[in-house]
Write a protein that binds this ligand. Structure first.
Ligand SMILES: [Zn+2]
Length: 86
């Protein structure tokens, strides 16, 4: 991964964190997925943020960065809630 991609991912993480802060219902929906693997399936050839399921992208690498960010935010939120529970 190059530096530009890393910055793009950091910016997306910040964007998602702001979104969840403003939309607690969405955060609850994310938490309700428990420990499920989140994959952003699509048909738009987006293999950076997700996983395109079209025939053309079959052999490409599917990075699913948005899915991984959502799982990261989910885990961090669970850890925070756990620590605050005591
Ligand atoms: Zn595709």
């Amino acid at each position: 991964m190059n530096a530009i991609e890393e910055i793009k991912i950091d910016q997306m993480e910040l964007h998602l964190l702001r979104h969840f802060k403003k939309n607690p219902t969405d955060l609850q929906a994310l938490l309700s997925t428990g420990s499920e693997i989140i994959i952003m399936f699509n048909q738009e050839h987006d293999n950076f943020w997700g996983h395109c399921t079209c025939e053309e992208c079959k052999d490409k690498e599917h990075h699913n960065h948005r899915g991984f960010l959502l799982m990261k935010i989910r885990l961090n939120t669970m850890i925070k809630e756990e620590l605050c529970a005591d």
